[in-house]
Design a protein around this ligand. Sequence first.
Ligand SMILES: C[S@@+](CC[C@H](N)C(=O)[O-])C[C@H]1O[C@@H](n2cnc3c(N)ncnc32)[C@H](O)[C@@H]1O
Length: 305
Amino acid sequence: MVIIAMCAAEHKPSALDSASRGIPHVPVLLDTLMQMLVLAPDALIVDLTFGQGGYAQAFLKRYPDCRYFGFDRDPQAVSNGLLWTDTYPGLCLAQADFTAWPIQLPSGQHPDAVIMDLGISSTQLDDPRRGFSFQLDSPLDMRMNPADPQNAASLLAATSAAELETWLRTLVQLPMAGRIAARICERRPMKSSGELKRAVLSALPKMDFYKRQQILSQVFLALRMRVNRELEQLAQALPLAWLHLKPGGTLAVVSFQSAEDKQVKNFARSIGLQKHLSVKASRQEQRDNPRSRSARLRLLPKKTL
Ligand SMILES: C[S@@+](CC[C@H](N)C(=O)[O-])C[C@H]1O[C@@H](n2cnc3c(N)ncnc32)[C@H](O)[C@@H]1O
């Protein structure tokens, strides 16, 4: 994997990108996180899901003397963040997945907070080149890191109907998983998100528009999770973050699906934190930002020595 470390003093922002094209990503549970995660002014913060930098900007404004290490496996997210490195001297960015970030930290330094806001950003979802959305007809890609070897089209081509059915059942608890998986496999090879969408719709009995949209979004989500090995990444990320976290520090995780949240909850139990802060978005936030409806924030404090 190519790792590019970029700190404010060393690099200038470069290409224009999706962030600067004005597609907004509204950070979820940000106010709640800011209220609950109170840090020293010079804290070292590690953000493993830098994304569009919504959390980063808020923390860098609140704690101008902090050191904020933002990581993302998507090189586009990292290059978007470079646009701010002149404004925020404490910001340091690198491309890394959940397993590859610790070597980027200054040796012997441990974060006061590790933050993870799982999934993809609205900017990735709405990018017509990425294939994440069933609302767009795009190449069937879905890789967060376009350098990863397998995209959604090649993964589907190499997957049996039985395997696909298992993913649809276990990852997103999809009803009619067998029927949908069989139809997708009949229609292969598939190159575009439009072809996948039509295959799924053709497998459905008559039902209302909302229900069809929901099923499409579940199928696309399950495939995205497999392409990016999201649960496997999370399973590795949690103990790694915990290991590197400073005693007295906090691991904060925002998850959007029950499979992810279950992993975080089980991890908390495994480290003896049966009781910890866990919050959902307020009604107001859920109204203002529908993405927040399924979100849950868990805060895991690491005991001081
Ligand atoms: C929901 S967005 C984060 C949004 C961010 N908190 C903000 O306010 O702009 C999730 C980001 O995490 C990245 N990501 C997801 N899984 C990752 C992984 N395993 N390793 C590194 N980055 C990951 C995605 O590429 C995406 O940019």
